[in-house]
Ligand binder design. Structure first.
Ligand SMILES: [Zn+2]
Length: 80
C-alpha cells in the first residue's frame, strides 16, 4: 500500500486559547506531510493545536494561510 497522502489543511484550534483571536478569521494552514497526531506542524512553522482537518484542495483561496511555507504548499491547478 503506497497511496500518496492527500495534502491536508488544518485550522488553529482557537478554543484552546484563553483569549482566542477572532480578528484573523478562519485561516487554514497546510499540514506538513508525515506528521502524526502527537506532533502536528504546519508548513509555515506555526506551532499550535490544530483542528478541522480538511483536504487542502477544498479550501478557498481567501482563507488560505499566505505565510512563507504554507503559501508554496497549497495545491495549484484546482479552482482559481
Ligand atoms: Zn500557515
Amino acid at each position: 500500500m503506497s497511496a500518496p497522502l492527500e495534502p491536508t489543511a488544518v485550522q488553529v484550534d482557537a478554543s484552546w486559547y484563553r483569549n482566542p483571536q477572532t480578528s484573523g478569521g478562519r485561516v487554514y494552514h497546510m499540514l506538513r506531510p508525515g506528521t502524526s497526531n502527537s506532533d502536528e506542524r504546519v508548513a509555515c512553522g506555526k506551532y499550535a493545536m490544530f483542528a478541522g482537518h480538511t483536504p487542502a484542495r477544498m479550501i478557498d483561496n481567501a482563507i488560505r494561510c499566505q505565510r512563507n511555507g504554507c503559501k508554496q504548499a497549497w495545491p495549484t491547478g484546482g479552482a482559481s
